[in-house]
Design a protein around this ligand. Structure first.
Ligand SMILES: [Zn+2]
Length: 212
């Protein structure tokens, strides 16, 4: 594990190598960003967004929180979403979960008295468990139960994106973005797609915005 000073010295080495490889890299990067993808992932240190898809600086706009959730009252995530969609006009939004997720595991356990704030954040995942309880409980092992809820949570968050006014308005006016749900496997480093929702796909009427 790096010491804190090593993080800084590694940064200097990285910047110097990038500059040597491409002398205009930083000056061009400083002018503007034009990412085509918004990534909503888990904060887990083992799922570094750019690294697992080999993306370069400038290619991905990123929001991460515990267990990659899109919650209708979370102004942090919604602000990122609004900027990504309305200003950067990203073509794709990916919600990326991962197996062995500590947040999802915690949601399947009793509430931890030392984590009263985190408990509230995880409440949404407990609700997803309750919606799919039979399907999750029938899994043979604890690991399989967590993995099933990881998948279902990703799918739920992609649906939540489609319920926002931001996405629905963009579908109407920009014919994008496409919504994707992916899951990352810590054991082999591979991503798998679980769900794709295209602009204009059916949304249950109770989540639809009335035309103004
Ligand atoms: Zn996680």
């Amino acid at each position: 594990m790096q010491s804190i000073d090593e993080f800084l010295s590694n940064n200097r080495s990285w910047a110097s190598k990038m500059n040597a490889d491409n002398p205009t890299f930083f000056s061009k990067m400083a002018e503007q960003q034009n990412p085509e993808l918004l990534w909503i992932g888990c904060s887990d240190s083992r799922v570094p967004a750019e690294i697992v898809v080999n993306a370069q600086p400038g290619e991905m706009f990123i929001h991460r929180n515990i267990a990659n959730q899109v919650i209708a009252t979370d102004f942090n995530c919604l602000s990122v979403l609004q900027y990504a969609v309305n200003v950067l006009r990203v073509k794709h939004i990916v919600v990326c979960g991962h197996y062995n997720c500590g947040g999802v595991k915690a949601a399947l356990a009793r509430q931890n008295p030392n984590l009263v704030i985190t408990n509230k954040w995880l409440m949404h995942i407990k609700n997803t468990y309750r919606l799919h309880q039979a399907e999750i409980d029938e899994q043979e092992t604890e690991t399989q139960r967590v993995s099933k809820l990881v998948d279902l949570n990703v799918i739920e968050q992609v649906h939540s994106l489609s319920h926002t006014s931001i996405v629905q308005e963009a579908w109407d006016k920009q014919h994008g973005p496409v919504l994707h749900g992916w899951v990352y496997n810590l054991d082999d480093g591979l991503l798998n797609s679980l769900i794709t929702i295209n602009p204009g796909d059916d949304i249950p009427p109770i989540y639809q915005y009335e035309p103004i």
